[in-house]
Structure formats: structure tokens, C-alpha cells
Design a protein around this ligand. Sequence first.
Ligand code: HEC
Length: 160
Amino acid sequence: MISFPKIAVAAGCLVLLASGTAHAQAEWLKGSPEEKLNTLAEIQPGLGTVMMEYSSRFTTMYYAAHGGNWKLADYNRQEMTEIQEVGETTRPARAKPLKAFEEKHLAAIGDAIKGQNIKQFDVAFKEAVKGCNECHADQKFGFIRYELPKAPLSPLSMKP
Ligand code: HEC
């Protein structure tokens, strides 16, 4: 049997949840359902935002491989493929070169990670950096050039 205090707590939570949702919508999400959908669509991350995460995971992947934390390296490689899907969706014109980069460079890096081969990793990583910057140049963003930071930017441990 459900005791009274439990019912009271559950009901209280529901009221809070309902009022919280209603409050959030009244604040900024206005108009017809279609207008609301458009508002939400317009604020989805574009390629610039995606690239910030892309490059930060790329850097973490490098230092994790060099620290011997191969699982963290592979996790970041995997997450790069996930976040690039957001860019492929919101900026379909750039989907093809992004997919090509994944199939060529992220795949080669993936092989090196699987074999835990740091020499193979370094070769694939260097090629990938060229691939990043070539795409930037092709897309008329030649002034955006990736350079490996001198130290990892992530607060995570790079050790196994
Ligand atoms: C589609 C080809 C393409 C590939 C492949 C690509 N980029 Fe980009 N990148 C872009 C474009 C286009 C921009 C400009 C973003 C925009 O539209 O505002 C960009 C922007 C950036 C930025 C600047 C983000 C900012 O706003 O400060 C960084 C950092 C970046 N890329 C890193 C990388 C790294 C690292 C790689 C490889 C691991 C990579 N990119 C691969 C197309 C690409």
C-alpha cells in the first residue's frame, strides 16, 4: 500500500514538473507548433560549434593514445563520428567531405588504435591533420588551420 507521504511527494513532483515545463515554454518558445519547431531548428549547432568539439576530441584522442589510454583514444574517435553527424545533418552541403574524412582518416586511426600501435597512430594522425586543413581550404576557410596543442586540454587522465 502506498502511504500518504509518498503520494504527497509524488503529487508535489508532478506539479513541479508540469509548472516547470509550462514556465520554460512561456518564457521563449512562442507561436504555433510549426513556429516553435522552426525556432528549435534554427538554434541547432552549425559546423563551427561541431568543429570545436571535433577538434577537442581529436586532441584528446592524440594525448590518450600517447599516454597509453587506448580506450579513451578510441572513445574520442567514436565520439568524433557521432558529433560530425550533427554537422552532416544541419549543414548537408558539407556532409560529403565530412564522410570522406571519416572513411579515410578516422578509419586509419581506428586501425592503429585497435592494434595499439603508436607508430602507425602517428602516421595516421599526421595524415588526418593534413585532411582537416585541406577540407578547410577547400571550403574557403583556409585561415582555419589545426595545430596540435603542446599539452592535452582535457581534465581527464591520459594514463591507462
Ligand atoms: C567539411 C570538411 C571539414 C573537415 C573534414 C574538417 N573541418 Fe573543421 N571546419 C570546416 C568548416 C567549413 C569550418 C568553418 C565552420 C563554419 O561554417 O563556421 C571549420 C571550422 C573548424 C574550426 C574552427 C571552429 C571555430 O569556430 O572556432 C576548428 C577548430 C576545426 N574546424 C577543426 C577541425 C579538425 C581538427 C578537423 C580534423 C580532425 C576538421 N576541422 C575537419 C570543415 C571541415
